[in-house]
Every structure is written in structure tokens, then in C-alpha cells.
Design a protein around this ligand. Structure first.
Ligand code: SF4
Length: 728
């Protein structure tokens, strides 16, 4: 079993002195795990996206020198996308944070941690437990997330903390919880290969999840591949049917399909009667979604709507997949639930090749959803439930009175509170909201009001780190160990195979140090190593749908090619296969074990076209070589060659002709909030009246309109009004 030797905080009793951090190897801070053979291959899961590909890491003298995709890993079967291939090279960037920075000046860890604790304590003491918050990420290991959430809330006494998963997965969480009774994506990747109809809604896996797309291409059933997307994306080009709907008419379209399935005999009555609640009310609600109305509102002809519904009706195994086109909408939760409703009413759930399947974004978004101690109490529990608090207190050994009795504010509400002055300090961990948050200028105005802004990150040059009062330098993927949970609920292990640069430390160790400096390390005496925290979290998961008590430790995860939850002690059936889906018995996680039909009347997006701003701007992923704010992928010379040098706006030739704009011409894109200059790319992939920008450029979110799904509080990045002006 791999363990990181030394840096045994049990042995360490005093403050971390400058001498100590100058000699990291002596104290184990930068050591390679001693049990890795000097020249060998070890296994890891990729730390970029939620696909969770297995990689073979090739070692020389005990340190990683190269990687190749793992042919035996059940996720990727020997393939990797460009980001995965470059996972090691991006660690060598010159702008890695190597030392703590206090007001931009290098300081030692002792100074940094004393300052951190002094400032946070002062603010919490003077203004109460709601005055400081943390905002975390789906990028760190789930043991680290749990430690952060437990440290901040139980140890330091904060109430509020959320993750950047609010920007990508909050909608799926909210939808699944209400419809299924728990945040439970039901699928396994084998379902890509076993469907005879795959419906992708607001999803472009060719670019965003290329290895999942490879699994689709392995499907030997010659499936119908249906894409619902306003743009003719790469996936739409490869599909057998593409429905280029008007932006954000997806909810109406989905209700229209449900209407037709009822009208034309596409409902699995026996499944609906045996396993669901609320269908009759849903059917009555759908009466208004006639083909005529849906066609007018979505832009899809009645004939094509009928063909779409018939394809679902005729499918023997129909799977529905969605990502950010749905999750990042102004009515996102109800849209996700409209997809879930289609799967439920047609009985396409719990069987091979079926499911209402939300594809996750970040490598550990699923870990964040269940174990970050932000919206949910550890293990998918509820802060408001006294029995849950008692259970987690017993599982962690943390006094129950230290566990807050209410969940955190959501990300956007924390930022609003910072604007109002009630939140005065925010600790950002491995996330870059100065770039990624919607209506970026407004976000940055608010961040600049904070009394204390801390960024803990691998790089000191992120847009957010540059605004920080204190930067804590963190190790990255490959420089620390722990587990991620991927889109199909698979827990994968990633070892430490390199030294982190300078005096940067694993996030895990930073949390350990803060616990010591704060004076609450006794509360976390069991939390000595990531694997020890894994065992604590196993206890927290007991009795939950996401129970993982049956996993024997890291070695089992490594040897089995990852383990999907649930994996219980009491039931051994899960050991028979490493590809499992949920709800095969038709039992859901609600009190009566029935899934629920949830629905609401569609409403128009808050920002509409106008005479002044006649175009709808959509944003999303650019290429398979780019990751989010490019904090890491932007460092790779190889990946840079796969990306346009300048920011390019996709513009329909009809609109270009009206504006007198050529292909490759510089234009100004102007919204109510900001303007920026880009190059045009004339393409029929966007319809007239619509334009598209990739989200990776640091300026794009200056344009976006801040609206939020009212149920999930997820920002809507897909519908802002803009105009174009040619530059001289
Ligand atoms: Fe890594 Fe995702 Fe690419 Fe797989 S698809 S190699 S997990 S970035």
C-alpha cells in the first residue's frame, strides 16, 4: 500500500519554523512515497475532468517522468484526451506558487499561517461566525475537501462555505435530490455502449468529455445519436439527429416530447405505476404543450418533433445525457428534471443503456457534492437534521455542538453577503472566480471590498491570486495522494509521484497546519493522512446511498480499477462487477422508494434581445485541449498549439453580412456590462441572432449576465444579450 512517509504531524509538536520548511525532504514535506519503486510504473486517475481516466505513471529514480493511458482501467480503456497527456508537463510552469505571499511578498509558512489565523480569528470574533467563508473546488481530492469543510466549520467555527461545483453541478444535485431522494447519478459508462438511442441535451462530449465520446463510438448497436443544442457542435455534427433549438427553449421542448409520448402511447405504464409519484398531475400539466406551441417556442418543426418522440418511443434502451447547456440555465433544475421525467415515464432507468444521466464536470465534482461539508453535511447528510449531526459527530469524534445546524449560503449568496459587508473574509481554495464567475467585473468589485482575501492555489498568477492579501502555495495533482469520484460514481486513487516545487504543500498538509495554528488539531487527531480521512468518511457514509464502508482501503481502489459507490460492508453483490448502475430494483431513495415527477411552467430568460443588444451570446468549452480558466492547460506548449491564438467569436454569415463584417475581422462585442475585442469566425454552426464565445479567455465573463436558477443557485452562462460593432 502506498503511504506518504514522514510529515507525521503526530511527531510534530511545535510551529513550522523557517528551518523546517527550508529542509522539506528532511521533514518529509516534499518526499516521494518511499514504497514507489525507483524505476517502475504506478497507476493514477487523471486530475482534470470528471471522466476519471486511468493513467500509468512512468517513474525514474522514484519520480514521474512520463505517463500513458492505462489500457486496463474500466473508464478509458487505454485512451486519454490531450489534457490528460499533458497532466505532468503543466506542473513545471514557472509561475507555480513556491512560497507563501503576504501582500505580494514572500514569507515563510510560520508567518503566513500566523497571519491567516490572526485575521480569520479577528474577523470571526468581532463579527460572528457568518463573517468569514470558504469557497472551494471540485479539483482537490475528496479527503482534502472533507478536511477543509470540517476544519472551517467544526474547527474554525464558520457557517458558510461552498464549492465552484455550484457553477457546474448544483443543478444536477438539486434535481436528483428532489426526483430520486438523493444526489444519485444512476449510470455507468457501459451505458454509452449499450443504448440504442442516446439523447445528448446541452452536452458536447466530443469536446468536453472526449473519452466518454470514445465509449459512445464503441457502441456496436448503430445507435441513434440525438443532440439538442442551439449550436451545431462537434457532437451535433456526428449525430444522427440534431435539434438546433432556440436558446433556452429546452424546457419547453422536453415537455413537448413528454406530451407526444403520452399522446402516442410511449409511456411505460407499469413502471410509472409501480415506481413513481405525481405522473397524473404531470400529464395534466403537459396538456398545454401541444406540438404547435412547442414548435413555435423551440423553432423545431412539428414533423421533426414527432420524429424525435417516435425515436424515443421506438428505442429499446434509451439513455438521456446532459451537461452545462442544461445545468447553467435560468430554469436549470426543472430542465434537468424534465429529462429525468422522460426517463421515468418511458421506464428508461435501472436497465443497461438507459438513465437520466448528468455528466459531471470537474475531476472530483462528485466528491465535492457528497463530502465537502458545504451544502450537505459529510456523506450527503443534512445540517438541519439533529440525528444526522449526532451521527456525524459519532463518526468523526467531533463534538456535536461544533456542527452547525444549518447549511451554508450558496456561492452567489456568499458573494452578495460580501457586497453587503456581512461576509468580510473569503478563503478561496483551488478556484479562480475572478475569471470564471458570471458578470466578472461585479465579482471583482466585491472581492476588492473584502477585509481579508486568501487564495490557496498551485499558481500565484491566477486572476484571483493577484487580488489576494495572502497566497498559500499548494501542491497539484501528482504531487499529493488521495481520491476523486468521477461522473459514474467511481472512486479512483491518485498517488504522489513528484515533489511539489519550492515550499508548496499538499492542500491536505496546509489544512493540517492550519488546524495546529488555530489550536483545534486535537479535534482532528485521527485526520493524520489522506487514507485516515478516507476511513473517517467511510464511517460518515454508513447507511447512506453513497455508502463506501466495504472498500478495504486505497490498495483495493488501485487494484480494482476504482470502485463505484455504493460499496457496503453488509452486501457483497457489488464485488461481482466493476460496472454498476443504480435503481435496477426500481427502488429510489425517497421515503416511499418512488421517484417523483417535478415540473414548472417555463419562463423566459431574464435578459432578452433588444434593439440595442440584438444577439444572444452563449458561452462554453472551446476545445478538448482547454480546461476552464486555463490555470493549468494554459501552461502547456503542446496544448497551446491546439487552441486559437486569439479569442474567436462564432458568428453566422447572415449576421456578418448585415453588419458588414468579414471572417477574421476584429469586432467589439458589447453587453450592458462590458465590451471586449475579438476576432470573428464566420460559421453556420451558430444560427442567425446567436453568437458563441469559449469561456476560457479571462475576459469573456465580463460580458455575461448574472442570473441564477432559483432552485440550485447555479449561474446561467448561456443567455446574455450583446451587439457587435466592427472596429476601424
Ligand atoms: Fe483526463 Fe478527462 Fe482527458 Fe480523461 S478525458 S484524460 S480524465 S481530462
Amino acid at each position: 500500500m502506498l503511504t506518504i512517509p514522514a510529515m507525521t504531524f503526530r511527531e510534530w509538536t511545535g510551529p513550522l519554523t523557517a528551518d523546517l520548511v527550508r529542509e522539506p525532504v528532511k521533514f518529509g514535506l516534499g518526499q516521494i512515497p518511499s514504497l514507489l519503486k525507483p524505476d517502475a510504473v504506478t497507476k493514477a486517475v487523471c486530475g482534470f475532468c470528471s471522466t476519471g481516466c486511468g493513467l500509468n505513471i512512468h517513474l525514474k529514480d522514484g519520480a514521474a517522468i512520463n505517463l500513458t493511458p492505462d489500457p486496463d482501467y474500466p473508464v478509458n480503456l487505454g485512451t486519454a484526451c490531450p489534457k490528460g497527456w499533458e497532466a505532468l508537463s503543466v506542473l513545471d510552469a514557472p509561475d507555480r506558487a513556491r512560497m507563501p505571499l503576504l501582500h505580494g511578498k514572500e514569507v515563510d509558512w510560520d508567518t503566513a499561517l500566523r497571519y491567516f489565523c490572526d485575521q480569520m480569528k479577528r474577523i470571526l470574533d468581532q463579527h460572528g461566525p457568518e463573517a468569514a467563508a470558504f469557497l472551494s473546488t471540485g479539483q482537490i481530492m475528496f479527503e482534502e475537501m472533507a478536511f477543509l469543510g470540517a476544519l472551517a466549520k467544526f474547527g474554525m467555527g464558520m457557517i458558510h462555505g461552498d464549492g465552484n461545483t455550484r457553477q457546474c453541478m448544483a443543478t444536477a444535485v438539486t434535481a436528483y435530490k428532489e426526483s430520486f431522494g438523493f444526489d444519485a447519478p444512476p449510470f455507468t459508462y457501459a451505458d454509452f455502449e449499450e443504448s440504442d438511442v442516446l439523447v445528448f441535451i446541452g452536452a458536447n462530449p466530443c469536446i468536453a468529455h472526449p473519452i466518454m465520446w470514445q465509449r459512445v463510438l464503441r457502441n456496436k448497436k448503430q445507435p441513434e445519436i440525438i443532440v439538442v443544442d442551439p449550436r451545431t457542435t462537434e457532437t451535433a455534427m456526428a449525430a444522427t439527429q440534431h435539434y438546433a433549438i432556440k436558446p433556452k427553449s429546452d424546457l419547453t421542448l422536453l415537455y413537448g416530447l413528454a406530451h407526444l409520448l403520452i399522446r402516442d402511447g410511449g409511456v411505460d405504464q407499469s413502471f410509472v405505476e409501480a415506481h413513481t409519484n405525481g405522473f397524473d398531475a404531470f400529464a395534466a400539466f403537459l396538456a398545454a404543450f401541444t406540438p404547435e406551441r412547442v414548435s413555435a417556442e423551440s423553432g423545431i418543426s412539428i414533423e421533426r418533433l414527432l420524429h424525435f418522440a417516435k425515436t424515443i418511443r421506438d428505442g429499446k434502451a434509451v439513455s438521456f445525457w446532459w451537461t452545462m447547456g442544461v445545468n447553467q440555465g435560468h430554469q436549470a433544475t426543472r430542465t434537468a428534471q424534465a429529462i429525468i421525467n422522460l426517463a421515468l415515464m418511458t421506464g428508461n432507468i435501472g436497465k443497461p443503456g438507459t438513465g437520466a444521466n448528468s455528466i459531471t464536470g470537474q475531476c472530483n465534482a462528485m466528491g465535492s457534492r457528497l463530502f465537502s461539508n458545504t451544502t450537505n453535511l459529510l456523506g450527503g447528510h443534512d445540517f438541519r437534521n439533529a440525528a444526522h449531526r449526532e451521527k456525524i459527530a459519532a463518526a468523526t469524534g467531533i463534538p456535536v455542538e461544533r456542527i452547525p445546524d444549518r447549511p451554508s449560503l450558496a456561492y452567489d449568496q456568499i458573494i452578495q453577503a460580501a457586497d453587503a459587508g456581512t461576509v468580510k473574509a473569503i478563503w478561496f481554495v483551488a478556484t479562480n472566480p475572478s475569471h470564471s464567475w458570471i458578470d466578472q467585473n461585479e465579482m471583482n468589485r466585491i472581492l476588492d471590498k473584502l477585509e481579508f482575501l486568501v487564495v490557496q492555489d498551485m499558481y500565484c498568477t491566477t486572476e484571483t491570486a493577484k487580488r489576494a492579501h495572502l497566497v498559500l502555495p499548494a501542491a497539484g495533482w501528482g504531487e499529493k495522494e488521495g481520491c476523486f469520484i468521477n461522473s459514474e460514481r467511481r472512486i479512483g486513487y491518485s498517488p504522489k509521484v513528484r515533489r511539489a516545487p519550492g515550499q508548496s504543500l499538499a492542500d491536505f498538509h496546509i489544512f493540517r497546519l492550519i488546524a495546529h495554528y488555530w489550536g483545534c488539531e486535537e479535534m482532528f487527531r485521527e485526520w493524520q493522512t489522506p487514507e485516515a480521512v478516507f476511513r473517517v468518511l467511510q464511517r460518515c457514509s454508513e447507511g447512506q446511498p453513497c455508502e463506501i464502508t466495504g472498500i478495504e482501503g486505497y490498495e483495493m481502489i488501485r487494484m480494482e480499477g476504482g470502485v463505484q459507490w455504493p460499496a457496503t460492508m453488509t452486501n457483497d453483490e457489488w464485488r461481482m462487477t466493476n460496472e454498476r448502475r443504480l435503481f435496477e430494483d426500481g427502488k429510489f431513495f425517497t421515503e416511499d422508494q418512488r421517484a417523483k415527477f417535478c415540473f414548472d411552467e417555463p419562463v423566459v430568460p431574464p435578459e432578452q434581445r433588444s434593439a440595442e443588444f440584438p444577439l444572444i451570446l452563449m458561452t462554453g468549452r472551446g476545445t478538448s485541449a482547454q480546461w476552464h480558466t486555463e490555470t493549468r492547460t494554459g501552461k502547456s506548449a503542446v496544448l497551446a498549439k491546439m487552441v486559437p491564438e486569439e479569442l474567436m467569436l462564432d458568428l453566422n454569415p447572415e449576421d456578418a453580412a448585415k453588419l458588414g463584417v468579414r471572417d477574421g475581422q476584429r469586432v467589439r462585442v458589447i453587453s450592458k456590462r462590458a465590451e471586449l475585442t475579438v476576432l470573428t469566425r464566420l460559421t453556420g454552426c451558430v444560427k442567425p441572432g446567436e453568437v458563441y464565445l469559449p469561456m476560457h479567455d479571462a475576459r469573456v465573463n465580463q460580458l455575461t449576465h448574472a442570473s441564477f436558477d432559483p432552485l440550485s443557485r447555479q449561474p446561467s452562462y448561456k443567455h446574455s444579450a450583446v451587439r457587435l460593432e466592427a472596429t476601424k
